[in-house]
Design a protein around this ligand. Structure first.
Ligand code: FES
Ligand code: FES
Length: 155
């Protein structure tokens, strides 16, 4: 199968039963995608498939044949953090960091379809991502920080 991962076309041979999360982590070495449950609960494995947030432990790798996948490794550009990553740093949106890649990918999907979300919009978009550490408040603030940074400045 052929899948574009973080802008790079990858040709891989996979078993039909292989999960996308395992292709990314073990097949391609992209261990920023975390696995926290394997039961579609935690969201730590969230990536973008054609721009939509997907729990990669719940999708077969072969389902991405011919599609585009974006992982947390594809966020920063040449030593420049993505504004969502900056937001998590500025607003202290992480503690242990285990949930963080999935949180950021869900945030990315939200901000691509809604550049000016309300706090409620953010909470709804992140409702499939669990965090054991932060209490969520600073994660929400981080996403709102990023949204403000990413919006074009109005004339
Ligand atoms: S590892 Fe995929 S939802 Fe938890
Ligand atoms: S920062 Fe530890 S699980 Fe979210």
């Amino acid at each position: 199968m052929t899948v574009t991962v973080n802008g790079e076309e990858r040709v891989v041979e996979v078993e039909p039963r292989l999960l996308l999360a395992h292709l990314l982590r073990q097949g391609l070495g992209l261990t920023g995608t975390h696995i926290g449950c394997d039961t579609t609960n935690c969201g730590a494995c969230t990536v973008l498939v054609d721009g939509a947030a997907v729990k990669s432990c719940t999708m077969l790798a072969v389902q991405t044949d011919g599609h585009e996948v974006r992982t947390v490794e594809g966020m920063a550009q040449t030593n420049q953090l993505h504004p969502i990553q900056e937001g998590f740093r500025e607003e202290h949106g992480l503690q242990c960091g285990y949930c963080t890649p999935g949180m950021m990918m869900s945030a990315m999907a939200l901000l691509q379809r809604n550049p000016d979300p309300t706090e409620e919009d953010v909470r709804w978009a992140l409702s499939g991502n669990l965090c054991r550490c932060t209490g969520y408040q600073n994660i929400v603030k981080a996403v709102l920080w990023a949204a403000a940074r990413m919006r074009p400045v109005e004339a």
